[in-house]
Design a protein around this ligand. Structure first.
Ligand code: FNR
Length: 358
């Protein structure tokens, strides 16, 4: 099994370059890892039921997101502390993504300054979207300051993570001795964010009022990441609080026992009713999984752990190879399903034994 295609990241052999502690933090999940495993399994529970003799003459994987057309329907998910995975950290990931037409969401907890990543990515003609993920640490004015920094640097959206008001180090990571050094680089944290332990860093209790406040003042489109319940998606759209939604359970890293995102996605697509684009992440381990997500109504997807495994084992070249392989596989899958473009993928092409309501 190659690192790039490992279906069960948590059970895969250790990618070269990762210590046991780093591996437990980067690839593990919360609690008993039920949600982490459910995410992966749920995409695979679907089967295709295509019609034959309907192959399109051309297949394009391009998608429109927030007013621009991009080469592929995927972005690297925001991921903290990638210096644990490779010396080039988020910069290596960003360059490989940009070269292959994949988007990037840079984490608040990235170890490289957001400006440096933007300077590397923005001149690349093949690049995908460049978004910045915000953890609302400290005072609201500090969130806005970071959002302004991102806008000035050229980022195209702010991704506000709403599903991690409390996080703690997983039992596996604790047992493996995971801890960040005191001088760990954190150049993008809002002022007033607690430095030091991971536990202290990840305390942010947001309310809908805060989202409205930020949306009014944010210089960039606002994307809400971590929506799982259709009622939350409906509220966000009814109140006009966001420009896109990412269906996510944080890759099973926060609350164990949450439903797989593949099961939450259809209900949210329905409640949003096309008012904003819906993206999804969690457990996507192949281009075939991505095709399922697109067929269920996602406009695009975010990918996490497979990129960490690729980066740790083969550096930016490994990330580039993964995206190239996924691009070929997605277009091949679409051709076999009779779909000329991602928007042509449709739930009618799928059968699932699993219930799809959360
Ligand atoms: C994450 N994730 C995350 N999300 C976020 O909004 N801000 C962050 O800083 C991080 N940090 C982070 C670190 C690591 C090591 C991982 C693996 C994940 C969650 C991430 O954006 C995404 O939701 C999941 O990783 C998607 O699931 P898969 O693709 O990893 O299964």
């Amino acid at each position: 099994m190659t690192p790039a295609t490992a279906p069960h990241a948590a059970a895969a052999p250790a990618p070269s370059g990762l210590s046991a502690a780093a591996r437990a933090y980067l690839l593990g999940g919360a609690g008993e890892q039920r949600t982490l495993q459910a995410n992966v399994a749920a995409w695979r529970a679907f089967t295709w039921w295509p019609r034959v003799l309907a192959t399109p003459p051309h297949v394009s994987a391009t998608v429109e997101l927030l007013g621009r057309r991009w080469p592929a329907p995927w972005l690297a998910a925001p991921m903290a502390h990638l210096l644990l995975a490779h010396p080039q950290a988020e910069l290596g990931l960003a360059l490989a993504c940009a070269a292959q037409g994949a988007g990037l969401v840079l984490s608040t907890q990235a170890t490289v300054p957001l400006e440096r990543v933007a300077r590397a990515v923005l001149p690349e003609p093949t690049r995908g979207p460049l978004w910045f993920q915000l953890y609302p640490y400290g005072e609201p004015t500090a969130w806005l300051h970071v959002a302004d920094r991102a806008a000035q640097a050229g980022y195209e959206a702010i991704v506000l993570t709403v599903d991690a008001p409390v996080q703690w180090t997983s039992p596996q990571a604790r047992a493996a001795g995971f801890a960040l050094p005191a001088d760990w680089p954190q150049p993008n944290l809002p002022a007033g964010a607690p430095h030091g332990t991971l536990d202290a860093l990840l305390r942010c209790a947001l309310r809908w009022d805060d989202v409205a406040w930020l949306h009014q003042r944010c210089p960039l489109p606002l994307v809400l990441k971590g929506i799982l319940h259709p009622a939350d998606a409906r509220h966000a759209c009814d109140a006009g609080l966001c420009d896109a939604i990412i269906v996510s359970n944080h890759g099973g890293r926060v609350l164990d026992g949450l439903p797989a995102t593949a099961l939450a996605l259809p209900g949210i697509v329905q409640s949003v009713g096309g008012r904003v684009p819906v993206l999804v992440d969690g457990g996507l381990r192949s281009a075939a999984d991505v095709a399922v997500a697109l067929a269920l109504g996602a406009r695009a997807v975010l990918v996490g752990r497979p990129l960490i495994e690729a980066l740790a084992s083969a550096g930016p070249a490994g990330v580039a190879a993964l995206w190239r392989q996924w691009h070929d596989e997605l277009r091949g899958t679409m051709a076999l399903l009779g779909c000329a473009e991602p928007a042509a993928l449709h739930p009618n092409l799928l059968r699932s034994p699993a219930p799809t309501d959360p």
